[in-house]
Write a protein that binds this ligand. Structure first.
Ligand SMILES: CC[C@@H](C(=O)O)C(=O)SCCNC(=O)CCNC(=O)[C@H](O)C(C)(C)COP(=O)(O)OP(=O)(O)OC[C@H]1O[C@@H](n2cnc3c(N)ncnc32)[C@H](O)[C@@H]1OP(=O)(O)O
Length: 352
């Protein structure tokens, strides 16, 4: 990290600590590179040794910035250490154009994410993969968001990667890059502090089936089908679908669905606990309305509480017990004595 990067990265162009930062980095020539963490460890060490010099503000800034870096690291599954160069990968993916990923954020806190490439059964082109990441970044920054419905245009969900693009990136490096990009993206989707539902109409095949596993819930319309067809492609899931499927239905059922490329219709999905409900209509508009109604029973209530609820469940699902408990404590602290809590103490609701 050079001095310029440091300053830009730390976003502290005006603080007096720029002087301190320059002092520190003067020890190193311009080409000094460091990992973010080693830089902050060194800085903290350097300043803690010169206690009288270290401005409390500077130490707080460093600590906050370090936490932000670690948070950013946590958000991203892969990074440079894994050979993951995101900007290069995005450039490559953008060579395969077509379709779009649309997002509408509604006043009631429900987002509607539409996979829009109906001519190809909503198959994911390279630009759609990049747009999916852009929409998820928007959702990560949507502080009023409580719920999300993911569905496909043209009354079908998604038939996986666009096979025309797949042919062009069939070499190992490009395949691994696409795999890491989509795993990063779907992990961020899964971790959104919103309650997410995949509305499955028509077909959810291959990567499309994997996308359904990155949502908290699945709702299916009559006649719809989820199918992990990877074996027929000489593949295993690459977008994280296997790891998530095991968590949802258990390893036995997951192995049968993957190695048997079973057609999962709404009845089978209910039996497996893979789908929450079979909707009554397979009409696109009515199915979306039914999905909204289903989701609203869980997103009713203060946005801060709904988002905190998803966060504690994510912690319980992903962290070792003691870390999950500590995270729950921290999240509890954000709502205890908050506006919704205080208002409820006045209202004294009866839970009949
Ligand atoms: C990590 C997994 C990931 C990867 O490896 O990168 C993948 O997801 S690989 C792709 C896995 N998906 C598939 O193999 C599905 C292939 N498609 C089908 O099996 C069928 O299309 C269908 C989904 C069962 C629907 O069949 P049907 O209703 O008969 O429609 P058509 O087959 O006529 O499709 C209409 C139109 O759409 C094109 N199409 C469909 N899927 C894809 C796709 N994945 N990539 C590119 N194009 C696709 C299909 O070719 C038709 O177009 P035209 O031939 O121009 O009419």
């Amino acid at each position: 990290m050079t001095l310029q990067n440091c300053l830009v990265f730390l976003h502290i162009p005006s603080y007096p600590t720029v002087w301190l930062l320059c002092k520190l980095l003067l020890h190193f020539n311009e080409d000094y590179t460091c990992t973010n963490e080693s830089f902050f460890e060194f800085s903290l060490e350097w300043y803690s040794q010169r206690q009288e010099m270290a401005l409390p503000l500077w130490k707080n800034l460093l600590q906050t910035t370090k936490e932000r870096i670690l948070q950013q690291r946590r958000l991203s599954l892969y990074n440079g250490a894994h050979g993951y160069e995101e900007e290069l990968i995005k450039k490559k993916l953008q060579q395969f154009a077509g379709g779009s990923i649309n997002l509408s954020k509604e006043d009631n806190g429900i987002g509607i994410l539409t996979l829009n490439n109906p001519k190809l059964m909503n198959a994911f082109t390279g630009t759609m993969m990049v747009e999916l990441q852009e929409r998820i970044t928007e959702l990560e920054n949507w502080k009023d968001g409580k719920g999300l419905i993911v569905y496909g245009a043209g009354n079908t969900f998604c038939s996986g990667s666009d096979l025309n693009a797949v042919k062009e990136i069939s070499n190992s490096q490009d395949g691994m890059d696409m795999c890491m990009f989509m795993q990063n993206t779907l992990t961020r989707l899964m971790r959104l502090p919103l309650i997410s539902v995949a509305l499955v109409q028509g077909k959810a095949f291959g990567g499309g089936a994997e996308l359904t596993t990155a949502c908290d819930f699945r709702l299916m319309t009559p006649g719809s089908e989820i199918r992990f067809v990877h074996k027929h492609m000489g593949l295993v899931p690459g977008w994280g679908g296997a790891a998530r499927l095991v968590q949802i239905v258990g390893s036995g059922a997951a192995l049968q669905l993957l190695s048997g490329t079973a057609r999962v219709d709404p009845e089978k999905a209910l039996r497996l606990g893979f789908s929450e409900q079979t909707l009554s209509s397979s009409d696109e508009t009515r199915a979306l309305e039914e999905a909204r109604a289903w989701l609203s029973q869980y997103t009713e209530g203060p946005v801060s509480v709904i988002r905190a609820m998803k966060k504690v469940v994510t912690a319980g699902r992903e962290l070792p017990l003691e870390d999950a408990l500590r995270t729950e404590k921290d999240i509890f602290g954000t709502v205890w004595g908050g506006p919704a809590n205080l208002e409820a103490l006045v209202r004294r609701p009866k839970h009949k």
